[in-house]
Design a protein around this ligand. Structure first.
Ligand SMILES: Nc1ncnc2c1ncn2[C@@H]1O[C@H](COP(=O)(O)OP(=O)(O)O)[C@@H](O)[C@H]1O
Ligand SMILES: [Mg+2]
Length: 371
């Protein structure tokens, strides 16, 4: 369902091609990034701090001059250094929401949300109606006449969001908008944000370092590292078929086991064989790394395939789950079991099973990919 009133412009697609941004020092901040956001979709760029998310967003907004590549909004070129094209930010019809609550402290909620309409065509009745509709959308109708400084952090961030939505930009850019909120509020607003964005039908590019946020919000998620886009796919695909060891690690498959590929989906681990799922082409004899989620290790169970004995080195009881440090193949692995009881004792030897479909094997590039 879309709330955009008749006459509002349709959302536009975004296309980023071979984007590169070099600052005067260091390696490129954005290094050959290509992706597209179809009209009305939410695409999330996910990656650790410093990987180039904000720089990519600022290039799309026109706040940063790309070094190379091109950016297209609704099929129109807005940045292309090779062709001397650089459309200024105000001519890109983009809404932006940042980490800090960019609100005018001396104004009321209504005045804040009205602000972007001041210099746009339309009657004041129109403007009032748009402000009321947008505040309804973000759940702040009851606060319309409050001074903005009397609101909580989460409410202020909703005002900032309303202010970016009120003029129906054709593209919305959001840079870690939830990261200044406390944990509980962050979760609530995260779930709401997807509903709000989907109701507006807006095309959105959202950046975050939080994998849970990416999964909840994104129709598609792109994982970035060192200025490069490693994989862009549906959340389901990112979680079930991570293209690289880094993507697997960054999205929670935090165990890394080093071994040597035997061939036929089997890996040698210091004399023990393990069945794996190769995620990239592997050559017999080549060193590999296996990524495995802590929750994929079945504790206290001995399967016919990949059933082993492990020693419990340590455990941390978290209330609704227990995390175990295990010694297996002479390596330290983390296992996780749901439930309010801790079932295995420190120092004991237990059965463990590692389902082959959860043991993703990648070529060993040398460096550990720990995120
Ligand atoms: N104005 C700038 N001048 C020089 N280097 C910058 C500038 N802005 C960002 N960088 C560098 O570019 C890289 C990517 O930064 P950024 O896009 O902010 O990453 P992220 O948003 O993923 O944390 C970092 O190494 C950062 O230090
Ligand atoms: Mg950033």
């Amino acid at each position: 369902m879309k709330t955009a009133p008749a006459g509002a412009l349709a959302p536009l697609s975004l296309e980023v091609r071979a984007l590169e941004k070099r600052f005067s020092t260091g390696r490129p901040a954005v290094d050959g990034v290509s992706f597209s956001v179809p009209a009305g979709e939410i695409v999330v760029l996910l990656g650790p701090s410093g990987c180039g998310k904000t720089t990519t967003l600022r290039c799309v907004a026109g706040l940063e001059h790309p070094t190379a590549g091109s950016i297209h909004i609704g099929g129109r070129v807005v940045s292309s250094p090779a062709d001397g094209v650089m459309v200024p930010p105000r001519r890109r019809d983009i809404g932006m929401v940042f980490q800090s609550y960019a609100v005018w402290p001396h104004m009321s909620v209504r005045q804040n949300v009205m602000y972007p309409l001041k210099h746009r065509p339309g009657t004041s009745a129109d403007a009032n109606r748009k402000v009321a509709e947008t505040l309804e959308l973000v759940g702040l109708s009851d606060y319309i006449d409050r001074p903005v400084v009397s609101l909580s952090g989460g409410q202020m961030q909703r005002v900032a969001l309303a202010r970016s939505l009120v003029y129906h930009p054709q593209l919305l850019l959001l840079d870690e908008p939830l990261s200044n909120l406390d944990a509980k509020l962050r979760l609530r607003l995260r779930d709401e944000l997807r509903r709000i964005l989907k109701r507006t039908g807006m095309t959105a590019l959202y950046v975050t370092h939080d994998q849970a946020e990416a999964v909840v919000l994104g129709d598609r998620v792109g994982v970035m590292k060192d200025g490069k886009l490693l994989q862009m796919a549906s959340p389901n695909e990112i979680y079930n078929r991570p293209a690289t060891l880094f993507v697997a690690n960054f999205t929670g498959a935090s165990n890394e086991i080093a071994g040597r590929f035997i061939g036929d989906q089997r890996v040698d681990l210091a004399g023990q064989a393990m069945q794996v799922s190769p995620m990239q082409p592997l050559v017999a004899g080549e060193p590999v790394r296996i990524a495995l989620r802590p929750e994929s290790i079945a504790l206290g169970r001995c399967d016919a395939v990949n059933g082993y004995r492990a020693r419990v080195l340590d455990c941390r009881y978290l209330g609704t789950q227990t995390v175990y440090d295990l010694e297996l193949f002479g390596q330290r692995l983390e296992g996780l079991e749901l439930g309010t009881a801790t079932r295995h004792q420190i120092g004991s030897e237990i059965d463990v099973s590692l389902p082959p479909q959860a043991c993703w094997a990648y070529p060993d590039s040398g460096a550990s990919q720990e995120a």
